[in-house]
Design a binder for this molecule. Structure first.
Ligand code: NI
Length: 256
């Protein structure tokens, strides 16, 4: 079944129908979901969702755009959440230069602290990197991010950059953007990335694929992503679904 590696079901966009939606996933072929914390409150909510739904696992971390709220106390809270049996990764964490705030030095400081935490607790990382390709890679190399392993979520860089992450044994989160007509660079990268390094993700409620671009996203839209990857790779949708599930189970330590 489809393994959704990156969703934010704690987001208020799901307040009206969260339970109904989550319970409907299985009948649409979505077997497992990793819910991703983007703030301290979001990480707490992620663990609650994981406790409530057997097919939901969690990642706890603070998104680069939210690090202004982060303190030593917040890091201690994340460390304690990492001990929960259904927490399978640390993140999302990283660098986002799309907006001027928070300050780059602050983003780097908390990215490093969260990478250190992942190493300390022995969990893989969920990397968010937007318009910050070189700095992200430089930091990950300097801090030996190959030791924790992880996934570059919503990978949006070139095939040359993909090669760098492949050398660090990272996975690549591929979502709705792959269905966009103007995603030429990403399509080239996906053709280049080996199938055993690709994870399916939505980033729900964001980044809905065609033909639902602009609408609220959910894991129910993953078949559009599967079909786009199957076309690019020249393999069946079943193969895409099976291989990406194996990849995710391996990365998150959920092999049966
Ligand atoms: Ni996200």
């Amino acid at each position: 079944m489809i393994f959704e590696s990156h969703a934010h079901y704690d987001d208020e966009a799901f307040d009206s129908d969260r339970e109904e939606l989550l319970f409907s996933l299985a009948e649409h072929g979505i077997g497992t979901v990793v819910n991703i914390g983007a703030s301290i409150a979001g990480s707490e909510a992620t663990v609650k969702l994981a406790e409530k739904y057997p097919f939901v696992y969690g990642a706890v971390g603070v998104h680069p755009s939210e690090v202004a709220e982060l303190t030593e106390e917040g890091m201690a809270r994340l460390r304690s959440l990492c001990g929960h049996e259904k927490v399978v990764a640390v993140g999302e964490m990283g660098l986002d230069y799309h907006y001027p705030e928070p300050d780059v030095s602050l983003q780097k400081k908390w990215f490093e602290m969260q990478l250190d935490l992942a190493r300390e607790v022995g969990l893989p990382v969920i990397i968010h990197s937007r318009e910050a390709a070189k700095d992200t890679l430089d930091m990950m190399r300097a801090l030996h991010a190959e030791e924790t392993g992880g996934v570059v979520h919503c990978f949006s860089y070139t095939k040359e950059m993909a090669r760098e992450y492949l050398n660090m044994d990272y996975y690549f989160g591929i979502g709705g953007v792959i269905t966009f007509k103007n995603a030429k660079k990403l399509k080239e990268a996906v053709q280049y990335i080996p199938m055993d390094r690709i994870l399916l993700e939505t980033d729900s409620p964001y980044l809905s694929p065609e033909p639902h671009r602009g609408e609220r996203n959910s894991s129910l839209n993953l078949p559009y992503v599967v079909s786009a990857i199957s076309e690019l790779k020249g393999i069946s949708c079943e193969e895409v679904t099976e291989q990406t599930e194996r990849n995710a189970r391996k990365l998150f330590g959920l092999e049966g």
